[in-house]
Design a protein around this ligand. Sequence first.
Ligand code: NI
Length: 398
Amino acid sequence: MTLLERIKENKEEFIGLRRTIHENPELSFQETETTKLIREYLDRLGIENLPNGEETGVIGILKGGKPGPVIALRADIDALKLTENTKLPFASKKPGVCHACGHDLHTAVLLSTAKLLKSYEAELCGTVKFLFQPAEEGLGGSLSMIKNGGLENPKVDYILACHTWPEMPAGSIGVRKGAMLGASDTFKVTVLGKGGHAAHPHKGIDPVVIAAHLITQLQTIASRRVAPVDSVVVTIGHLTAGTVNNIIPNEAVMEGTVRTQDPDTRKRVAEIIEELCVGTARAMGGDARVEYNWGVGPTMCDPVLVDQISEAVTETLGAEKLLQVPVPSMGAEDFAFYLEKVPGALFRIGTSDEKPESKWALHNPSTFFNEEAILAGAAAMVASVFKIGGGDMEALKR
Ligand code: NI
């Protein structure tokens, strides 16, 4: 039976896994039921599995019958703080929690991949580690998996992941060499002035006026300081100062996020923010204190692995199913933390169809995901493991 025939035979089971997870979403680091479901499924398959230390999440290990590299496959398993509005028969049973980013599909893809790879155990080259990772949404779950040995024993050589993408039709796989997602960092600026009476501004230093200048100046980073083709987003999402209308406060506080793609630009933007805030505040008689918090780096896909994934998809699903993702997303992925340790790649699984809500952005409470994506995702994962591991691709076609 070919790989696609095996997927077709298991179609209801694979989609059923997704629906069960979808109905029972769990927030970051609270995925106890999902963890249980994953462990029970892997147990039934006869795949060795370990807890993710003291935290939620599962590490599965499958040793192939032939020598080869250690390839980790990662799925994020957590849901969002959002009330679902899809009216689907298997919609979230929990108000305020739903899978609107498609992590339920990712988990189903990886469980399906585990079942399929188990059926190819004898032909499989090397070892596959299944990383069912908690807490992607807070951008910290991958660090828990790394801390708990997800990339060790056996030591991982390559890592792959997939993510749903409403901008591509269900059944298609999207790849991109280099940046697929952006880096996400945050910063806090405390503008230091000198408080006083609102009617006598000359006797104090008004931090509110300084903050207003800083906010507009920060927007010149993207437009004037970084090349127009090099993407940068600087957003101030939080600003507080003062208490009442007739008092000039001592300080103003603003917090923002920076999204970049290029690692050098990422460092440069942090320097510019510091220079610009401190320099401007001082020029206006005040001062500024900048706290910069390095978050997650850009998700950079290894070009050799992307070529191998592309070949694997072409050989199994067909060339028409392989799409090039034209531009990176400025969203961020904590998959990037693994990529600081081992080469890897993230590919997109298309999830849209004729329904308008299937084309809506991720994190929307009404977003619809076409489940064909699970089957294509599993095919792409299995074929990529064979291709990267140096396995016999013909085994998937007979
Ligand atoms: Ni996501």
